[in-house]
Design a protein around this ligand. Sequence first.
Ligand SMILES: [Mg+2]
Length: 338
Amino acid sequence: MSDHLAGSHDLVIFDLDGVVFLIDEPIPGAVEAVERLRADGTAIVYATNNASRRAADVAALLTGMGVSAAPAEVLTSAGACAALLAERLPGGAKVLVVGAEALRAEVRDAGLTPVDRVEDEPVAVVQGFGPEVGWKVLAEAVLAVRAGAVWYATNTDRTLPSPRGPLPGNGSLVAVLRTALDREPDVVAGKPQPGLFRTAATLSGSVRPLAVGDRLDTDIQGAVTAGFDSLLVLTGVSGPADLLVAGENQRPTYVAADLSGLFRPADGARVPAPGSEAGGWRVVREGSRVSLDGSGDPVDALRLLCGATWTGVPLSGVTPVSGEARELLNAWGVRKDD
Ligand SMILES: [Mg+2]
């Protein structure tokens, strides 16, 4: 075990979009980070809420971008959901599948029997994203759940990223059943629920996993709920202003600008930073106000300020002293110069 962040964990679980790649381009440093983890012998899992692709397809997508990935290292919410179903149902049990062919294949591979109609008497309904999902199968699912089938959803992401902007995701399709049934799914596998992460750790035999993500409301909340250490990287959706106001269940253990943070000392990445100084920055707290002075690595300042805002200082109470501090707070959108 090394004292760098990745070295103190036996498994690194990567979110994909915003961490390893952005839409279809690898994020700078991602290829090198994966190679270094392999050289160090640290296990890797790529964990994605997307249930419409099979693990082998995701691995091929990553490899095509130059990020090495084996199918066995990919866990989709479809795979995790099928693992949860297999854990709880007898072999061969009938499951009504609402979603893409990838989900049907995962259910079959888990030793269960995919069916399409309520007349087949399914004991469970599993719902994942599929571009072909239509009213007929949603109606069968409503009937099956009403007849007593347990309702599993791979994930509840309301939207899917696309080059044309956000499109309806599985959460939007789950909302159809939720509206018709006036109830919530019984089990959700994907983030922010802990099932995807827990399944990743179980399949890897990991005892000290680290989850790496770019979203506080999915990746980090999922890690907190699973009881895993987490690293927020600032290459995707959540930014400094989001982190400063994060609720208790969305606070990462560590924060770094990008995946190179995996190879920095763990204590130097911990959030909030202990004490009142880090790098060239200093914070002084007075009641419900805090001032930031000095200069240096912006992430050091961010970690220090979390120590204040996570214990009651509102964003409006954060004030800059140095010119660098002023620039930083402006860039984060934490305050606006008049
Ligand atoms: Mg992401």
